[in-house]
Ligand binder design. Sequence first.
Ligand SMILES: C[S@@+](CC[C@H](N)C(=O)[O-])C[C@H]1O[C@@H](n2cnc3c(N)ncnc32)[C@H](O)[C@@H]1O
Length: 268
Amino acid sequence: MSLITVRNGYETTDGLAARENLHRAFSAGGQNFRAWELQCLKWVIERSKIVVDVAAGRGSFWTNALTQRSIEWRKKTLIACDVSPAMTQVLAGLAPNRLLAVRCSMDDLPFKSESIDLLICHSALHYSTDPLQAINGFLKALSANGHVSIVVSGIGNMQELHDFFELGRYGVDLSERPLMRFNEVQMDALVQSISFPIEVATKVVWDSALRIDEAPPVVEYFASHPEVSAAKMFLEIRRDLLHRLNERLRADGSISVRRRQCHYLISR
Ligand SMILES: C[S@@+](CC[C@H](N)C(=O)[O-])C[C@H]1O[C@@H](n2cnc3c(N)ncnc32)[C@H](O)[C@@H]1O
């Protein structure tokens, strides 16, 4: 079976909304993912003038970040990029006076060398054709004392749900999704092989937990994956998943799920 390419999955923004809805329910130490990723970066943002977010998606990082009144956003140049025209259109409408939207690939950035103070690439490096080359490109674009901020999926991220889905034997191999192929393990190894002279690479982990006691958000999460929504048996898969999840919840009361994300900050 051939997998649908990533870009097909991002032709519209619908799928992202369903996935983000479930992600939003997780928290670690009372902090949701968006609050955590901003906290990891706030001090870097404060000292950066030019900030570029590559593979920015629907701009959810910015929807949250721009509400932080303590940061002097007006003094900064903020650019959000994505390869998908649909995402770029959403980015353009997000904060037209603050955030400039650019359509480009993280594998071929259109920025001058040594021009960016902070380059953000969150939850997207697994879509690069060559993550090591992409990071070397990010570092090349950094100004002196600049930073690259990367978030990748941690080992075992939402594994319980993926296992549950696979048990349905739907003929859709979600373990082959790029997210599973490039995660924390590969990123740890990649940091060792960066060719640029880097000063520090720090890693901070967000290990969150969620007790799921209703089926629909999980069903929507899986139904929105491009591989699933493009499947011929889509309606049957959706109905069966809902049925099996409800059965499981009736039997066990809830399903406990972990979500692990890793933040890497690399500086020159
Ligand atoms: C999971 S979303 C992450 C969005 C955002 N960074 C966030 O944290 O919410 C992945 C995004 O990567 C984009 N993408 C995929 N391949 C890309 C590429 N080669 N260059 C730039 N963006 C890409 C997709 O269009 C999608 O919007």
